[in-house]
Design a protein around this ligand. Structure first.
Ligand code: PRT
Length: 226
């Protein structure tokens, strides 16, 4: 295979909750790639595809800026990045090519157990710790309340207990972390799964051909898992 042949570039999470399912998906699609070494740009040996392994939060930007043709990322990360980039007047367009059936979770507001929750309006004027300020602000705007936020990239659940915030806005899957930290879920503000996204620009014909081979395989794997 000549090195000048165009290669489709896919961004995936290097390590974390989505990386194993993403690897499995690509393997089931028949892609032969060695992810065991330290190379962050892995060549697929049997198809003209390269896989770039990065932080999840970098994937939306890499696809929106056209550095990668495709990306596999959680809708939560994607939507937050799109809102932020729109605000910053950066490119924020993408195509959601396929919803994937892993990485399911919800972004929820949670309050200390003892909080007297009487509906969304009882959250007016409160402060939330979150990694998702744009999604939180959009929810507040749409519901006619004002909220403040403090940005935390991890361990969000501890914030109310240490006096950093009144509540949190964070991802929930089983609810066990909320419970362990004395919090109760009061409102779901966004539902998420992983998605395959694509840069909106028309692909060069050679790359489109690779995608036309790959997409039906991804859809086939998704169907088989249902
Ligand atoms: O790669 P990078 O570090 O930038 O991304 P990241 O910090 O988002 O990585 P990671 O691996 O934590 O999450 C990757 C993606 O997995 C998220 O963006 C979601 O799309 C998805 N996902 C699905 C989750 C969860 N479920 C989840 N439960 N991401 C995080 N959690 C955390 C949550 O933040 C909370 O701390 O798990 C805890 C709650 O879990 P339960 O089961 O106790 O409710």
């Amino acid at each position: 295979m000549s090195t000048s042949e165009p290669r489709l570039r896919i961004a995936m999470q290097k390590s974390g909750r989505l990386s194993e399912d993403t690897q499995k998906l690509l393997k089931r699609c028949g892609l032969k790639l060695n992810l065991s070494d330290r190379r962050l740009l892995a060549h697929v040996s049997n198809m003209p595809i390269d896989v770039m392994r990065v932080r999840s939060s970098d994937i939306p930007g890499l696809v929106m800026d056209g550095v990668c043709d495709l990306g596999i990322v959680g809708d939560n990360t994607l939507e937050e990045a799109a809102l932020e980039r729109e605000l910053m007047e950066q490119k924020f367009a993408y195509i959601k090519t396929t919803a994937l059936n892993f990485g399911g979770c919800r972004l929820s507001l949670a309050m200390p157990e003892e909080f007297d929750y009487q509906g969304i309006k009882s959250l007016d004027g409160l402060r939330f710790a979150t990694t998702y300020p744009q999604l939180l602000n959009r929810f507040a705007r749409n519901n006619g309340i004002n909220v403040d936020f403090c940005l935390l990239k991890g361990s969000v659940e501890v914030a109310p207990r240490v006096g950093l915030s009144d509540g949190i806005c964070d991802l929930v899957s089983t609810g066990a972390t909320l419970e362990a930290n004395g919090l109760k879920e009061v409102a779901v503000i966004f539902k998420s799964t992983a998605s395959l996204i694509q840069n909106p620009a028309v692909l060069a014909p050679a790359k489109q051909k690779i995608l036309d081979t790959l997409l039906p395989r991804i859809q086939g794997v998704m169907k088989a898992k249902e």
